[in-house]
Design a protein around this ligand. Sequence first.
Ligand code: ADP
Ligand code: MG
Length: 731
Amino acid sequence: MTNVFYLKGLDCPDCGNKLENSIKELASVKQAQLTFALGKLEVEYTDETEKVVKLIKEHGCSIAKETNGEVVSSVKEQEQHLVKTNNFKKIIFQVLAGGVVSAVVSGTVLLLAVLLWLLEMPETIVITSFAGAIIIGGWATAHQGIKSLAQLKFDMNVLMIVALTGAVFIGEWLEGAIIAFLFALSHTLENYSLDKTRQAVKELMTLAPPTATVKKTAQEMVLPIEQVQVGDIVIVRPGERMAMDGKVIVGSSWVNEAPVTGESSLVAKTVAATVYAGTVNEGGYLEISVTKLARESTVSKIIQLVEKALADKPPVQKFIDRFAAYYTPAILVIALGMVTIPTLILGQELLTWIYRALALLLVACPCALIISTPVALVTAMGSAAKTGVLIKGGFYLEQMAKVKTIAFDKTGTLTKGKPRISNVTSFDIDQKIMLQAAYSLEKMSEHPLAKSLCLYAGELGITTLPVALFKVQSGQGVTGQLKQQGSDNAVTWLIGNIKFLLSSGVEIDEQARIVLNKQVASGDTVIGVGCIPGSSSKGILAGLISFRDELRPETIEAMLKIKKLGLDTVMLTGDNTAVANKIANLAAIKQVASQLLPGDKLTEIKKITESKGAVAMVGDGINDAPALAQASVGIAMGASGTDTALETADVALLGDDLNKISFLVVLSRKTLRIIKQNIVMAIGLKLIAVALITTGFFTLWMAVLADMGTTLVVTLNGLRLLKIRDIDVSK
Ligand code: ADP
Ligand code: MG
């Protein structure tokens, strides 16, 4: 069985690794994987749930949520049991657990001890109080540290034990108590702020409600979403969230799709419309026929992608992890040298140098450094996902910050991709027959032009014929043979751009040429319909169909913002030059490359990368796959629910909103900046502290404060990414 736990109180990636390893050591555990950025632990085991839960608790974590409810309830029962049987035990447990309570109690005891000391009470009383503060504040850490020591692992907890024992040993009771208190406090604060960085991602996970109201044989039942089957009918009342992806079968309403697309405008839904789990029904009563299982719904996919993205460590983080493995032992050796060299060789005072070595141990904790990158990434990717920008990994966020040029596909990206037919002309053939041939073939294509043609022909009441040998020439057109009733003389039909028809042997006569030129000059996309009889290699042009596509409403503003950010824009299209120029003009894009095949788009991206640096490519994901893959960052316009776009690109814009590109640029630049700041701060502050310690300026508690301060500052700095705004062009 596989169980997923979401943990609370996981405040250091190193502790995470240890928990993961000790779970892996359990006999019945096959696999265990912990994603620190999410606090997510996935365990595959045969039984021993109890042992896993016990280990989690022993590592100072609690379970916020897990996938098969029973564990949490059994933990809750245990805790309730504890309350009932022994209140005193529970209080002791809380005080020593290392959380808020420990921090508050040890702080209070510390204040009390200082007061007693100032009042010049007998030494035994004062020392006992200080000892009390040390035990309360340091218990949880010491507990962990002893376990690590037993396994010969040197970590922060071990350093802490050494420092605390050392302080007591040299009689620095006050220092010891302050350290223990600060340590408990920093744990609490770190936990709190780290949980906050995970918040954006967590919000995503709670989007879909856990239960659905299912209508079964005139009865309503509330079922957990995991039990709802495809084809079930789910009732969604006004104000409720959709629990499942599905199609409306009864009713109509307005739906807020912000949770899935990041766009908070209301979308009208009537019978046959698709709705997504997590979106909110703002209007009327709806009945929905479920089309996807809960774990396959669009939100689930989004969540899985974000989780996967966070589990893949970007290069910066991998480097830091490797660094940390050698770091702690190295520090222990240096501390040992600090005690032995000055005292044994230079004959200086032992206590002074023990004290300084202890300060070094305290300040040396690499937590801030280890945490510096993940806190920024998890916050950035979480807040991006919330606005409908799905980033497939920290790596792409790093790349995006370095991009110099953004290339755009035209149809479906800069334009709405819903071209309307503006002209139909046929030559020497009945228009209906020409359209019937075109319709029959385009019915099998996914291209926006094809869809529009099908709609048009359908409205005219034209029917389709069966097609044989259908072929898609990506970025050019489609071909196939029609089986006309009563005749077995196979004719090959071709539909696509003129260049493609010409290269396939279709000839265009003088009369057709005149019409063609006129249509092209008007700035429309013109496709030709040609046919080649089975026995011949030459064909004739049967007709021309023109399409007019509009810019997306946000295109102009989006391009302005991108330029304001100092980026170049380029348009790459397979369409003819006249249309390309017209659209580029409207969108204020200066650089245009037209009549490109999908492979040419790739070459174009390569060229720009070589001459100008990293390029991001934005495409609709239908035939731009090679270019999207070649670009440093491939961005897909991922009209919610199109799985291919979600899967192939590095970044998906769920709401199909070009405005999100500038947001992505701003976010990525800021994230990279914050990561760099964090690394510099983490290392810089440590170096300063070490310098101060060796010169004797630093006391022990200052060392702890410096360490805790750095970790907190780094985390808070990462949290700034929750509030990233897109740039404003109106200023
Ligand atoms: P864009 O780069 O603008 O998105 P595409 O690469 O999708 O354009 O297509 C380029 C050109 O190829 C279209 O303008 C059209 O002329 C032709 N074409 C591609 N697929 C089809 C199709 N299914 N039916 C007709 N024409 C097509
Ligand atoms: Mg396209």
